[in-house]
Every structure is written in structure tokens, then in C-alpha cells.
Design a protein around this ligand. Sequence first.
Ligand SMILES: Nc1ncnc2c1ncn2[C@@H]1O[C@H](COP(=O)(O)OP(=O)(O)OP(=O)(O)O)[C@@H](O)[C@H]1O
Length: 363
Amino acid sequence: MIEFKNVVKTYDNGHTAVSNLSFTAPTGKITVLVGPSGCGKTTTLRMVNRLIEQSSGSILLDGEDNAKTDTIRMRRKIGYVIQNAGLFPHQTVLDNVCAVPFLEKREKKASRERALELLTLVGLDESYANRYPWQLSGGQQQRVGVARALAADPPFMLMDEPFSAVDPIVRKQLQAEFLKIQANLAKTIVMVTHDIDEALKLGDQIVVLQEGGVLAQIGSPSEILAHPASQFVADFLGESRGYHALNFEEISTLLLDSSPSLRLGDLAPTHLHDSWVVACDDSDRPLGWTLAGERHLRVEDIDLSVTVQQATGNFRELLDASLASPNGRAIVIDSNEQYLGTLTSEFVVQRATQSLRVEETLA
Ligand SMILES: Nc1ncnc2c1ncn2[C@@H]1O[C@H](COP(=O)(O)OP(=O)(O)OP(=O)(O)O)[C@@H](O)[C@H]1O
């Protein structure tokens, strides 16, 4: 775990960027620092690996005071991922990933093999190993940055806006892959982001800072959304708090409607003619919606543009799926992709309104 104890940072110009900050980043969990621009997030992060020295207070890494530990030894225990990846431009991807293991004079063959494994883990196949950073897209460079930080197998990771330099789709992919990796490796991570969505998605714990590096609130994403500690936190989370809170409601807790379904080749009973019906394949996997008619169901009659939603997903994804559907209903499937039922966007919106009201009374 990483413990901040009454940490203060006053820069030479007299500006206090971090004021008497105390919190613990638990072992194996992701702690995300958020707050408005200039509130001291990066300063806080960089004090952990002593790229910035605190003015007073202490930071302990698994109980060891980082100011009393040899800096080089201490930094080797900490992976550091920054925006734009910060790769060495004249080294290949493989050499970038192996940088720390080579520095530590680890066995070269084993280090390279592990580097290739890590590249695969972050979604890059072996063909990227001999490329140079400039031959990669921004998202690919960020993947290499994450693989490089993991290569030394450090117990701690510091990540400063690690996924920010890419477009929203790649960013989502990187976040999802990163969560998968973390589920296996369970590093103790402190991450900075200015994206509240990212914080809520990735963080086990959120630390909200306000101007001057003052701790405004610490808690799990759902705690912070449901019980903002102050007007500042409520304002910072913004008007979409209710919508964000949907991330933490599981669909499986809801009662689904059982909209009628048809398999390819089936004839619809007359009472269903001109109604929306869930079209499934031979194994009851939904393909989309169809307006039932007098003909046997053909693929051409199906609106395939819908997103089907896993019951293990969250309420917010469900809202997106229902809004994207031709009849305002989301199709929900189980883990075997079998059809389970449907829900209307009205129901989801009603639920969102309810949760927003609950939060407003609590705030
Ligand atoms: N070397 C420095 N000397 C003086 N002031 C500094 C120095 N570095 C940062 N600051 C100031 O300290 C405050 C905190 O900066 P920091 O970079 O930690 O904020 P941040 O929350 O990460 O901001 P952003 O979200 O904009 O990246 C800011 O007001 C900044 O201007």
C-alpha cells in the first residue's frame, strides 16, 4: 500500500500545490486522483517516486518511507506510465519494453520472452516488436508504455493520464484491457486523470482534490456518486451524476420483459403481425429486431443495427443499447449469448431519474 501522511508541497515560488494530504492507496487496488486543473494531482503522483520532493510529511511504500530509501532502488519498485507513453524513440518496441530488465541485468532471453508476452497482453502481436515508436499509432504507443511499466514487475504503478492521447474508442479498449490485466496482476496503482468517466470506470477508490491539493473526498465510485461530501464534489461530478451512477447498477437485478421472439425461418402467429419481435438464430442468439409479417423470417427482414446487451453489464450500457434500438427496447442476453428479455429506454430513464433524486436528497 502507499500511505500519504500529512504531505505538503510548497514550490519555490511560494505556491502550495498540496496541503496536508493524508490518504492510503490500498494494495492491489486502483486509486484514482481527480480534481480540477491545477489542483495538485500530478504533484501528488510525482512525489511518490520522488520526481518531486515533498516539503513536509511522509510517503510510505509498504511501510517504507520513500525519503529514506535509496531512490534508484525505490524507483525500480514503481512502474511509471505517462501521457504519450514517453518511449525511447531510437529503440525498438521490444527494447523499450525490456529497458528496465536489461538495466537490472536480468537474463536477456527470458526478459525478451516476457516482453513479448506483455505485448500480447496489451493487445500487440509479435510483429510490432521490431518496430520503432514512430511507426506506431498513439494508442499502440500507449500500449507499449503500459507493457514497459509492467516488464519490471513492480508492485506499484503510477499512471499520469495514461490513456488520454487517443481517441475515445481506442481509449475504451485500452481501459478494458487494462482492467483485465489488473485483475490478474493486482498491482497497487495510483492514477491521475481529468476524465471523470475514466476515474469511475477504473477506480476502486477515488480521491477528489480541490485547489491547493486539499482532500475534498475519498471513497469508492458509487459512494462518491451517491454521497458527495460537499457542494464542491457534487459540482465537480457534474449534472450527469445520475447517469454515471447507472454504471454501478447491474441489469441482472432488474425484471426484464419477455418480448416475443422468432427464429430464422419461423412463421409469426397472426396476433404478432406488424409488432416488433426479437429475431434469433437457430441457437436462440438474438440477431436484432424484426417487424413480424406473413412471411417466414429471413435475415433481410431483420434490423441488425442493434447492440445486444449482456445481463452482466451495467445499467448505463443498457440505456445506450435501448436508445440505439429501432423500437426503444434493449435486448438482453445471458453469458451464453442466449436471449433473456428486453427493457424499454423509458424504464431505464425512469430509473436514472430516481437514482438522481436519491442522490440530490443525500447531497
Ligand atoms: N515547478 C513548479 N513551480 C511552481 N508551481 C508549480 C510547479 N509545478 C506545478 N506548479 C503549480 O502547482 C499547482 C498544481 O500543479 P499540478 O501539475 O500538480 O496540477 P494538476 O492537478 O496535475 O493539473 P492539470 O490537471 O492541469 O494537469 C498548479 O497551480 C501549478 O501551476
